[in-house]
Design a protein around this ligand. Sequence first.
Ligand SMILES: Cc1cc2nc3c(=O)[nH]c(=O)nc-3n(C[C@H](O)[C@H](O)[C@H](O)COP(=O)(O)OP(=O)(O)OC[C@H]3O[C@@H](n4cnc5c(N)ncnc54)[C@H](O)[C@@H]3O)c2cc1C
Length: 384
Amino acid sequence: MDLEFSDEQRMVRAAARRFVDREITPVIGEYDRTETFPKGVFVRLGHDGLLGGPIPMEYGGGGLDYVGYALLLEEIGRASSSFRSAVSVQISLVALSIFKWGTAEQKERYLPRLCRGEAIGCFGLTESEAGSDAAGVTTRAAQEGERWFLSGSKTFITNGGVADLALVIAQTDPEMGYKGLAAFLVEREESPFTAMPILGKLGLRASDTAEIIFERTDVPEKNLLGKVGEGFEVAMSALDQGRFSVAAGCVGTLEGCLEASVDYVKRRKQFGRAIGSFQLVQDMLARMKVDADAARFLVYRAALLKNKSIKDTVEVSIAKYFASEAALRAASDAVQLFGASGYLDEASVARYYRDAKAATIYEGTSQIQKLIIGHDLTGFRAFA
Ligand SMILES: Cc1cc2nc3c(=O)[nH]c(=O)nc-3n(C[C@H](O)[C@H](O)[C@H](O)COP(=O)(O)OP(=O)(O)OC[C@H]3O[C@@H](n4cnc5c(N)ncnc54)[C@H](O)[C@@H]3O)c2cc1C
């Protein structure tokens, strides 16, 4: 493994950091407090060429390798997991799925707009009765001639309220189980759907989360992504990408917690000395640092496999499981180190703490990641 970043990777990281320092860090606290998604900032990220990720340049993408993409997500995650979640959905779940499964026409129609931030995407898999058990989707897709009609609802959908394009997994034949699933690209303008905002989240308050509802939503046949029966595979390949992006974002959370904590413990004095001089304080910092480095290397290992198009479901699960749990530990310790001042809404470490929990839940809970790893180790599937 090459531990030196290339010039291109360094440039991406620097460009992302400049954008974050200018456009996200100064305002994210207020968006978080008012539970508002900073849509204008997101669109500007696209204008600045930072929403193209690993999508090839011929489709308007950034042409990044996956280490470069991880660095971008890390920088955004350092500032805000809310914002990083929106980026993960746009690039990893939606654009990369279209790149992998789409027809030439679909790629040309959607990828440039997604990469430039001219269209916002969302990914609709979860339903009220189908969370970890993604094969249990009941949103129905019924074919009538050259058109499909979608009926049902998807819940906890990131970007759902602001999306122009929804990648939706629906059931074409309930008797076929997961083999009846299909993926659809639902353009909101031509195939309108309703979005009901989900407010009052523990964290990720600056991320738009909604229930999206389809009532015989009319979708043309050309908007089928992949074939009928491939919907489950489309969803699982999307999650391989999405989980990678969550893990990379969590490295940013770990770095953010570490930076804020080291700075604070050097300044804060108790018992006549900096609290950073106490051994129990250094214990928390050391664990954070080791966790940050370990999470980073797990992410880069998955990135190197992705660069070579080698299947990396297990390596991604390991990275996502470790990085998300480590980010949660680090955020908890960071609040501890700040004491009461870290317990205030306005403290960056308080936001890290509230936001970190989601990463252990979405895109497959930590339990589901462990079952994927356990299956790889034993050959036994804990779930169907
Ligand atoms: C902020 C946020 C944003 C989200 N964004 C999206 C999005 O954009 N698109 C989308 O489709 N979904 C999204 N989700 C949904 C998310 O992916 C699901 O919440 C997640 O998959 C878990 O499903 P669930 O909440 O129904 O929990 P459940 O599946 O009901 O699980 C509840 C508990 O049971 C455990 N459990 C379940 N099955 C097993 C098992 N076999 N073995 C051991 N333990 C098990 C789980 O680990 C968990 O602890 C989002 C969720 C959140 C919180």
